[in-house]
Write a protein that binds this ligand. Structure first.
Ligand SMILES: [Zn+2]
Ligand SMILES: [Zn+2]
Length: 806
């Protein structure tokens, strides 16, 4: 018999919402638990099963915590500003504002149908002026506290998207979104000083419980390295060149110095008869317009000699000074000392221009031969040679010794550098919150007075990017003319909008405080609900969203608005759902929309199927035929439960009782660890046994239905009602197991003869040695081995083995 999923699911969704069972009392909750799923950025096509996978995994956890007695807050909203939405609007020739309203409606109705336990009274959308008012407020706090600044700088520019890209949005020289080659453009931009927080962002990682792979990605992105800035005199001139190195102990092997083409000393130190080539080289680099990353990593090494030398005071050697675009001007000091024997990039350069290679580190396997090809370059640690007073030391000791030596003589200074760059906030696009700043000819940049927020995004019929680097808001002439709030002069609004990642950097603070119109978040409510207890989302956001959210939270902590500096105590990275062996994408045409499966099999079946695909942190391949098996399982549970209703006085068999308690234990532990697939396997196994043994009491049947509730919330609610349970099952206490009943009761005893395995025996717990011995001696195999032999000794390990020595 099949249950009517469409009828049942709609019925309970309505009742849940009406009775507000997922709406915690935000003011008075006694055991608050903030269960957050990562902010969705839905396309106009709405939710696909990949999103549903992530949300379901988070919802199961939330439902579990609710049944454990927590007041669970599980909000949902929509991240809808930004280039993705705007570009799609351009493509289908619709205004993004209208499109957003349509997307919102569809997305929320889809989410409703999945049966998640959302607090629907706390939704938010980033393009709602009630929300972005506070995003703008946040910008102003950054500005007032010296954390927002404007700078003209070479930025990554996508000629196709006509916008600036952050470094992390450039993937091997190409635009992350559209794949177009990125060029370098000089523009004045707003930046947030995230680099000021580099050390704290790094150190705090040790204090939070996050998926390890995400922590590693954050550490790499921050890219802290300890080293020494070594100062080299330019021979015959008064200039000095400072090079940063993380391997000062290899400095006896330094044979050249390379400056970035944009290093301020390049032309000063270049000898007259080399000037022409150097100038030509620099002009060439400027014209090439490749992204900085590409220059560093994949380009064929190019360079030009300046005619000048640096002095390596350690060994008195003169090192030629070169100019090359393999050195980036925004990393370290814009100058690099070349140690070609122990750095592959340096070796390539040395080989191309015939520069000397001196080995100074012996590799761990003792190899001290000359370095003649790139695969012999040794970047590891080992014993130091050819290095005067460092000879014989291992490279770690040598690093400390040479650093002290250089510092004592003031030839060098310890330094810590980071790869992390400041966060570029400006976007020359339409679909975002206007940056709330005014440029006055007399006062300079002045923030919009906070009582005038929000600065509403004006309705522009033609919102297309202009492509000159100016924002489309430049066309809103009436809107942009404004009087300076300080001196009253005729002034002009900033026409750039802010980066979408700013919208999502603080949304978790707004959810619980949504009803407060006069502040971004209420102090008391925030204290009660934050930091977020469990945050579940995709690992692909490791360095963007998660880093920015941590940064903004730290700033708000420093400014005294909140009393915690990390927003997410626990972060769990879920896996990806693929389809037909590939990542779902519109281009491949393999995007799976949940709607039809929900209609055909029900949300419960789809939820469980998705969770059964594989470990939650690994994802799986979506195969529509797999849902049928799960649907059958749910039908079976429904049928068994109806039988229970007619056999009200039945007792649970001993065997089923033990199995039930083992199932409770296993499912409890698995959900806590988000091992949903094995929890479901265990539920299925129990249902099979239930069907076979038939005997179960209503009370025990109800315990099982409770275990099913987080996975199949609608069907379990329906069965709960049929079995006379009090509404709602989702507010009932989670079942507990009896430790005595989950103990293993049967053991396999290994029978050995002279230490060799000869047979096995299954016994119940705690049988005596004598009993085991008699059972073993009666086994035909054992009899055969012991024929005509005298047993000299018997070794017995309870519940494990018996060994006959003959
Ligand atoms: Zn692009
Ligand atoms: Zn002014």
């Amino acid at each position: 018999m099949e249950y009517k999923h469409n009828k049942i699911e709609k019925k309970w969704q309505k009742i849940w919402r009406k009775k507000r069972i997922y709406q915690p009392d935000l003011e008075n909750a006694e055991k608050p638990f903030y269960n957050l799923m990562m902010f969705p950025y839905p396309s106009a096509k709405g939710l696909h099963v990949g999103n549903m996978y992530a949300f379901t995994g988070s919802d199961i956890y939330g439902r579990f915590k609710r049944m454990q007695g927590y007041d669970v807050f599980e909000p949902i909203g929509l991240d809808g500003f930004g280039i993705h939405s705007e570009n799609y609007a351009l493509k289908i020739n619709k205004h993004p504002l209208k499109l957003a309203k349509k997307t919102e409606k569809y997305f929320y109705s889809q989410l409703q149908a999945t049966g998640n336990g959302y607090a629907w009274e706390n939704t938010l959308e980033t393009y709602d002026p009630d929300y972005y008012k506070w995003t703008q407020w946040l910008f102003i706090q950054m500005f007032k506290n010296g954390l927002a600044y404007r700078q003209k700088s070479a930025v990554n520019w996508c000629p196709s998207c006509k916008t600036v890209l952050a470094d992390e949005q450039v993937i091997s020289g190409k635009c992350e979104r559209c794949g177009t080659e990125v060029v370098v453009k000089e523009l004045e931009q707003w930046f947030f000083r995230i680099t000021k927080y580099a050390e704290r962002l790094l150190n705090n990682l040790d204090k939070i419980n996050w998926s390890e792979k995400v922590k590693i990605a954050q550490r790499n992105w921050i890219g802290r390295s300890e080293g020494v800035n070594i100062e080299y005199e330019v021979v015959g001139q008064k200039e000095k060149i400072v090079c940063f190195t993380t391997r000062p102990e290899t400095n006896f092997g330094a044979t050249f110095v390379v400056l970035s083409p944009f290093h301020p000393l390049v032309l000063k130190i270049t000898k007259d008869n080399y000037k022409k080539q150097v100038v030509e080289y620099i002009e060439g680099v400027k014209k090439r317009k490749v992204s900085p990353e590409e220059t560093a990593e994949n380009k064929e090494k190019t360079g030009v000699f300046t005619g000048s030398y640096c002095l390596n005071k350690l060994n008195g050697k003169k090192m030629p000074i070169w100019v090359s675009d393999f050195v980036l001007d925004n990393v370290g000091t814009g100058a690099v000392v070349g140690v070609p024997a122990h750095d592959k990039r340096d070796f390539e350069f040395a080989q191309k221009f015939n520069l000397e290679v001196i080995r100074v580190v012996v590799s761990e396997d003792g190899d001290d031969s000359a370095i003649t090809s790139i695969d012999k370059v040794y970047e590891g640690h080992g014993k130091i040679i050819n290095s005067g007073f460092l000879n014989g030391l291992n490279s770690r000791e040598a690093k400390e010794k040479i650093t002290e030596f250089l510092e004592e003589r003031e030839w060098g200074k310890r330094e810590v550098i980071y790869k992390l760059r400041d966060w570029c906030i400006s976007r020359q696009r339409y679909w975002g919150p206007p940056i709330p700043m005014i440029k006055c000819p007399k006062c300079g940049w002045v923030p919009v007075p906070e009582e005038e927020l929000p600065v509403k995004l004006p309705y522009l019929k033609d919102y297309r990017p202009i492509g000159t680097g100016e924002s489309p808001l430049d066309k809103a002439k009436k809107w942009l003319e404004v009087n300076c709030p300080v001196c009253g002069s005729q002034a002009r609004r900033e026409t750039d909008v802010s980066d979408t990642f700013l919208d999502s950097s603080w949304y978790f603070l707004r959810y619980p405080s949504i009803k407060f119109k006069d502040k971004p978040f209420d102090k008391r409510i925030t204290k009660k609900w934050l930091p977020v207890n469990m945050y579940i989302g995709g690992a692909e956001h490791s360095v963007l969203h998660l880093m920015y959210a941590r940064f903004i939270t730290m700033v708000l902590f420093d400014l005294g608005y909140i009393d915690f500096e990390e927003p997410f105590t626990n972060f769990y990275a879920h896996g990806l759902i693929i389809s037909q062996g590939a990542k779902m994408s519109k281009n491949k045409g393999n995007v799976v929309i949940p709607d039809e499966y929900i209609k055909k099999y029900g949300a419960d079946a789809l939820r469980m199927y998705l969770m059964f695909l594989g470990p939650f942190d690994q994802g799986g391949d979506f195969n529509p035929t797999g849902i049928i098996g799960i649907k059958r399982f749910l039908n079976r549970v429904f049928r068994l439960s109806l039988n229970l209703k007619v056999n009200l006085h039945q007792q649970t068999t001993k065997n089923l009782e033990r199995a039930l308690h083992r199932t409770i234990k296993k499912v409890t532990e698995d959900i806590e660890n988000k091992k949903y697939n094995t929890a479901i396997a265990c539920l299925i196994e129990f249902a099979n046994l239930w069907e076979k043994e038939a005997g179960i009491s209503v009370e025990d049947g109800k315990k099982f239905i409770k275990l099913l509730a987080p996975f199949a919330p609608h069907l379990s609610e329906e069965i709960w009602e049929i079995l006379g349970g009090e509404f709602s099952i989702h507010q009932q206490p989670w079942p507990e197991y009896d430790p005595a009943l989950v103990k293993q009761t049967e053991f396999t005893i290994i029978i050995q003869i002279n230490g060799k395995l000869r047979d096995k025996l299954i016994v119940s717990q705690d049988v005596s040695e004598e009993e085991v011995k008699n059972m073993a001696l009666n086994r035909p195999k054992v009899k055969k081995w012991l024929e005509n032999k005298e047993i000299k000794k018997v070794v017995f390990v309870p519940n494990k083995l018996i060994n006959f020595v003959v």
